[in-house]
Design a protein around this ligand. Structure first.
Ligand code: SAM
Length: 239
């Protein structure tokens, strides 16, 4: 199945939204299995790190944006938070196994009132969005001043040897694994979609400019993944 993601061209705009939704609808039933296999379960620890780094008051309302099958929601519940999950793909939401409330919504137009959550998480979805500036502005709208965000994304190891191994693994092994167990086009697209991510400095600058401070990036597991945390700035007079 191609969903408009086959070949070398990366879709943009509405075409990307449709392609991404179709792809996740189709890979949803085996999404968790493939995640565990292709990361050797490292993804479980990365999500735990993200929830620990959120560090807001226990019992706080936390929005998990692009929640997929609800892995981060489950970690948030375990940590004593009250999550609400939002995702574009009905297929992913239908495959979710979490007792939290889930909403089908686009991350760029969240059906959540301004300042209604103290925390926000978003796991491995930034590269799927069509406009990151808009997403960070939307994040700043829903997170109350003093609240925190924790974002996970894939990254590329800076070590030369590791980076070559990583590129071989994601360029060849992961698409084969995807082809055997799920959808080869999707698992070929996922590593290619890293090209949508702006360089780190620009990404962190976008978050800062949207109304966050203490913006920090940590590389996880020798740079296989990255965790970005930030605090919503207090509203200025007239804001
Ligand atoms: C790689 S999955 C990550 C899922 C989950 N956060 C996790 O940690 O496993 C990316 C998710 O982003 C969702 N997504 C993509 N574009 C979106 C958008 N514009 N709004 C909301 N969710 C979106 C997809 O449907 C998919 O569930």
């Amino acid at each position: 199945m191609s969903h408009g993601i086959a070949g070398d061209r990366l879709p943009e705009g509405d075409e990307k939204v449709r392609a991404v939704r179709g792809m996740f609808d189709s890979i949803a039933p085996r999404y968790d299995l493939l995640n565990r296999l292709m990361t050797f379960r490292l993804d479980v620890g990365w999500r735990r790190r993200a929830v620990a780094a959120l560090a807001v008051r226990p019992g706080s309302r936390v929005a998990d944006i692009a929640c997929g099958t609800g892995d981060l929601c489950r970690e948030l519940i375990r940590a004593g938070y009250r999550p609400v999950g939002c995702d574009l793909s009905l297929g992913m939401l239908r495959s979710a196994h979490t007792r939290t409330g889930l909403i089908q919504a686009d991350a760029l137009r969240l059906p959540l009132p301004g300042g209604s959550v103290t925390g926000m998480t978003c796991g491995f979805a930034l590269r799927n969005l069509v406009d990151l500036d808009e997403f960070f502005r939307e994040s700043a709208r829903i997170v109350r001043p003093g609240g925190r965000i924790a974002l996970l994304e894939v990254a590329e190891p800076s070590n030369d040897l590791l980076r070559r191994g990583h590129s071989l693994y994601f360029g060849h092994v992961v698409p084969r694994l995807g082809g055997l167990l799920s959808d080869a086009d999707a698992y070929r697209y996922l590593p290619r979609s890293v090209a949508y991510l702006p360089p780190a400095e620009r990404l962190l600058g976008m978050i800062r400019d949207s109304g966050f401070m203490a913006v920090e990036q940590r590389l996880l597991t020798a740079g296989l993944a990255q965790l970005i945390t930030a605090t919503r700035t207090r509203a200025k007079a007239g804001e």
